[in-house]
Design a protein around this ligand. Structure first.
Ligand code: TYM
Length: 350
């Protein structure tokens, strides 16, 4: 059985990129897997130290999970800070990971900007906490958007170095399994996480510029569809979305070099649970004046029930708070089981 783990930061409003790149996949993975979905509030301090309404932002992400169809009874929904074992394992990973690995992260370079000396230590160590989030449950599969790929490769590097450095201790503690890495046998405790990135919209782009990622931090609200947008806003944003003068091609190759067209077709496909090829078989040869209204209808059909349910859930916070409390308790028990082994392996007395 796969152990699926993923997280979403409680910063700003969720947008269509978060939904198609991540949350929609979380929902689909529930069948047949054991899933843990986390609101990563500790991570949100790296973007902004002081938040006006962090509790509200945490609840809003949890509400989006539930409204999208995640079942918090069968699976676990909780916020990261409720499980201190994440931070405990992250500290150990800070000692496993190398500064050079962290310095190479493109997200760190983007977010730190020119004045790197002035970036917080937390921003640099961000991927180490992310690896801990997953590995404290010995998670194996991680649904994310394409922008998180490099962080997940780093999580594998951390797990591998931990396994290699501690292999004798892991054996002594009787806690590992034998695996072959390259040609070398290794006694491993931490699994190698698999990113789940595929699908028609692994990277949803800005509606104003097909070369930029759709993001919470874009100053133009027209660049993204927010999960809390109403029908009128969705319709306006899609109608105003940048396109090129040609119509839709009949085949995928025809989308090459046309980032805006490619993006809209990818969004349609992801919303419809189809492939881009299937969408082009339906709309190839049509103008955007035909495709855009169809995309508006589909987006409204998929998103408006979620928006409505999110609003309803956020009206009375006691229900969401109970879900988070219960999820936190269950997550804590599981994380503590892993940490007992980790402490034994390292040699801490507790
Ligand atoms: P965050 O909060 O920035 O984004 C949440 C999820 O949305 C995806 N995403 C996108 N997907 C497609 N197109 C886009 N334009 C787009 N923008 C965002 C992200 O890839 C992500 O899956 N570091 C993570 C949170 C995290 C995490 C983890 C994820 C912390 N610990 C452990 C997985 C496992 C982040 O900042 O995501």
């Amino acid at each position: 059985k796969k152990l699926v783990f993923s997280g979403v930061q409680p910063t700003g409003n969720l947008h269509l990129g978060n939904y198609l790149g991540a949350i929609r996949k979380f929902v689909a993975l529930q069948e047949g897997n054991d899933c843990i979905y986390c609101v990563v509030d500790l991570h949100s301090l790296t973007a902004q130290l002081v938040h006006d309404d962090l509790p509200g932002q945490i609840r809003s992400i949890a509400a989006a999970f539930i409204a999208s169809g995640i079942d918090p009874q069968r699976h676990i929904v909780f916020n990261q800070s409720a499980v201190p074992q994440h931070a405990e394992l992250a500290w150990i990973f800070n000692c496993v990971a190398r500064i050079g690995w962290m310095n190479r992260m493109t997200q760190f370079k983007d977010k730190a900007g020119k004045d790197r000396e002035n970036a917080s230590l937390g921003l640099l160590a961000y991927p180490s906490l992310m690896a801990a989030d997953i590995l404290v449950y010995r998670g194996t599969h991680v649904p994310v958007g394409d922008d998180q790929k490099q962080h997940l490769e780093l999580a594998r590097d951390i797990a591998m170095k931990f396994n290699l450095d501690y292999q004798d201790h892991i054996r002594r503690a009787g806690r590992g399994i034998d695996i072959i890495v390259g040609d070398e046998p290794v006694h491993a405790f931490l699994p190698m996480v698999e990113p789940l990135i595929e699908g028609p919209a692994p990277r949803v782009m800005s509606l104003r510029d097909g070369t930029k990622k759709m993001s919470k931090s874009d100053p133009s609200d027209l660049s993204r569809i927010n999960l809390l947008d109403d029908e009128e806003a969705i319709s306006k944003k899609i109608r105003k979305a940048k396109t090129d003068p040609d119509g839709l091609p009949g085949e995928i190759e025809g989308l090459k070099g046309r980032p805006e067209a490619d993006n809209l077709v990818g969004i349609y496909a992801a919303l419809a649970d189809k492939t881009k090829t299937e969408v082009l078989a339906e709309f190839g040869g049509q103008q955007f004046s035909v495709f855009k209204p169809a995309l508006v209808d589909l987006a409204v059909e998929v998103l408006s029930p979620i928006t409505g349910e999110m609003r309803r859930l956020l009206n009375d916070t006691s229900h969401i708070d109970a879900i988070l409390r219960n999820g936190g308790e269950r997550a804590r028990a599981r994380a503590e089981a892993t940490m007992k082994d980790v402490r034994d392996i390292i040699g801490f007395l507790y």
